[in-house]
Design a protein around this ligand. Structure first.
Ligand code: S6P
Ligand code: ZN
Length: 189
């Protein structure tokens, strides 16, 4: 009837949560996600770097329960575009989420199904509220790993398909040494 409570340790330096399930996303897992496809191909053939790792403690997909996970998003670029996570809506689209930035520098791109996008800068200590229905993707705009904790309903699930197909209406790039958020020329409504 009652589940067993527990405490686990999160290492602030590495982002690793003990006893968590680890997931690794390499650049080759992200075909079609970046604007500059030539640059993507070249980097995949050269070294196929790890873009991010996720350490998740997840429960059964039941209403009322909670999951949590850290993400270690590595620094890097494909062409001018900073490394980012795939990004997703929740499969149960009305499920919200909380992010808490621990290390490094970056931000979150959020988007409604109509394509209205917002970019929120994140540094250690920033808490981001992801409201129901908003897709979310994190971006590393710094030179060290960008690490954050996410807490989300256990029955939220992930809908990756929509973003994989259409992307976000905004992209985050480096121009003249600055971080610039601009319209995605490949965005299809
Ligand atoms: C889960 C939460 C995060 C992401 C992680 C990787 O709801 O938003 O733990 O899963 O940052 O991103 P993505 O888009 O590949 O799941
Ligand atoms: Zn999420």
């Amino acid at each position: 009837m009652y589940k067993e409570p527990f405490g686990v340790k999160l290492d602030f330096e590495t982002g690793i949560i003990e006893n968590a399930k680890k997931l690794v996303r390499k650049l080759s897992d992200m075909k079609g996600y970046f604007l500059d496809e030539e640059a993507w191909k070249e980097l995949v053939e050269k070294e196929d770097p790890v873009v991010y790792e996720v350490y998740a403690i997840e429960q059964e997909e039941k209403e009322g329960d909670l999951n949590f996970a850290t993400t270690v998003l590595y620094p890097g670029k494909v062409g001018k575009e900073f490394f980012f996570t795939k990004g997703h809506y929740h499969a149960k689209a009305d499920r919200a989420e909380i992010y808490f930035a621990l290390k490094g520098k970056g931000g979150m791109l959020l988007q409604t199904p109509e394509g209205d996008a917002k970019f929120i800068e994140m540094e250690p200590g920033t808490i981001v509220y992801v409201p129901p229905y908003w897709a979310h993707r994190t971006v590393n705009t710094g030179n060290e790993p960008f690490i954050f904790l996410a807490i989300y309903p256990a029955d939220a699930g992930h809908d990756y398909g929509t973003i994989k197909e259409k992307g976000f209406s905004k992209i985050v790039v480096e121009e003249d040494g600055k971080v610039v958020v601009k319209d995605n020329p490949k965005w299809k409504e």
